[in-house]
Design a protein around this ligand. Structure first.
Ligand code: 9MR
Length: 378
């Protein structure tokens, strides 16, 4: 049941997405995961293990997860920077707590990630590591050891991994290099080894390449680079099953329908090429940067919802897509706020719930898109 808190000025009529009231959602409400299940879709979110954040230890946030999610992703706790404080040391404490909570609440967990191919996001010790006289051997051992240790620890409890995250440079489409991949003999060799090791250790698991090439203009080089990478995986027989489309999407003004229409053709070309190679699709990190929209919350939230609905309708028209994961449910904790301010300095509103845990029109838009999606093949 939805408990209405305030019914804002109605702007309905010309809208593709009817305005939902700003509301709290109680646990007897059919959640987003339930809305998707009927079409064979799952819905989930990122969470953290930090008690004062987007965490299962924060009761208000945990309540949202329980209502809406069938699938969870640790926002940071499985990354090298968190799991590997030092070369010979693993620290699984935070991620283990997420796994335990997910099991208790019968939710699946996706693994994010086994290798983030960016210098900035690998541990400092690894960037400065002395790989010795046989660098390729030593780098290979570090990578294989990491992936083996993580995948063995969680076994069948994790059925899908972002094995590699963000290996393509957005501006050029070239492959990123890190100290590890340099020592190992190149980025392709490194990514191939990561996927082959994950497949060997977790043959049950769906293995995903995850990146943020998006449908907005300015992403052509990034998309082309990702396509080249995916083609290379196929050519070399590397076990990669899906493309994680992060979906940090961005509005460009009030004419959200116009934007969506103008992006759709090139975007479909890209998705057709990806699925044409036999890859599945996943939405792995959905949120909306509310750029170019007025500060007025009613108008802004409506624009965000409408834009996301159009995006989701395109994505969900692909039967290869079964998972929709939001990068956080609540504006209060979104990574976007601190990282990128709006030009007018108004607080960002990228998530399905506002900073006070009230459902926004974006949540209604996601629910409608999931409910309207064509059923996935059995
Ligand atoms: O949201 C995450 C933020 O809290 C971290 O500081 C950052 C670095 O680890 O990563 C953010 O999550 C990113 C994700 O792991 C990969 N795709 C882009 C996400 C947003 O930056």
């Amino acid at each position: 049941m939805i408990h209405e808190i305030t019914r804002r000025e109605s702007l309905a009529g010309a809208l593709a997405v009817p305005i939902a009231p700003y509301a709290t959602v109680s646990s007897d409400e059919a959640g987003l995961d339930a809305a998707g299940r009927r079409s064979g879709l799952r819905f989930g979110s990122a969470l953290s293990a930090w008690a004062h954040g987007a965490s299962m230890d924060n009761p208000a946030y945990a309540a949202l997860l329980q209502v809406d999610c069938g699938l969870l992703v640790a926002e940071n706790e499985m990354k090298w920077q968190h799991l590997r404080p030092a070369p010979g040391q693993f620290d699984f404490a935070a991620f283990d707590r997420i796994m335990a909570w997910a099991a208790q609440h019968r939710m699946a967990v996706r693994g994010h990630n086994l290798l983030w191919q960016r210098r900035k996001w690998m541990p400092t010790w690894l960037e400065r590591y002395d790989f010795g006289a046989r660098p390729a051997k030593s780098a290979g051992e570090i990578l294989v050891n990491h992936i083996t240790t993580v995948t063995r620890r969680y076994g069948k409890r994790i059925a899908s991994y972002d094995v590699v995250n963000e290996a393509v440079t957005p501006e050029t489409g070239a492959l990123e290099e890190t100290a590890l991949s340099h020592a190992l003999g190149g980025t392709e060799a490194t990514l191939d080894l990561a996927f082959r090791t994950a497949h060997e250790q977790a043959p049950h698991a769906e293995l995903v390449y995850n990146d943020y090439m998006s449908w907005e203009p300015g992403n052509a080089a990034h998309r082309a680079g990702v396509l080249r990478l995916l083609e290379g995986f196929r050519r070399r027989g590397v076990p990669v099953h899906g493309l994680g489309v992060q979906s940090h999407i961005v509005t460009a003004g009030l004419d959200t329908g116009g934007s969506a229409r103008s992006y759709e053709r090139d975007w479909r070309h890209f998705l057709d090429a990806v699925t044409g190679m036999g890859y599945r699709l996943l939405i792995t990190e959905l949120d909306v940067r509310d750029n170019g929209l007025p500060a007025d919350i009613v108008v802004r939230d409506r624009g965000v919802a409408e834009y996301a609905r159009r995006y989701l309708d395109v994505m969900l028209s692909y039967p290869q897509l079964r998972d929709v994961v939001a990068w956080g449910l609540c504006d209060r904790f979104s990574w976007i706020g601190p990282v990128e301010r709006r030009a007018d300095k108004a607080a960002r509103r990228p998530c399905p719930y506002d900073a006070d845990y009230r459902a926004k029109p974006l949540r209604a838009a996601i629910a409608q898109a999931l409910a309207a999606a064509p059923p996935r093949p059995a």
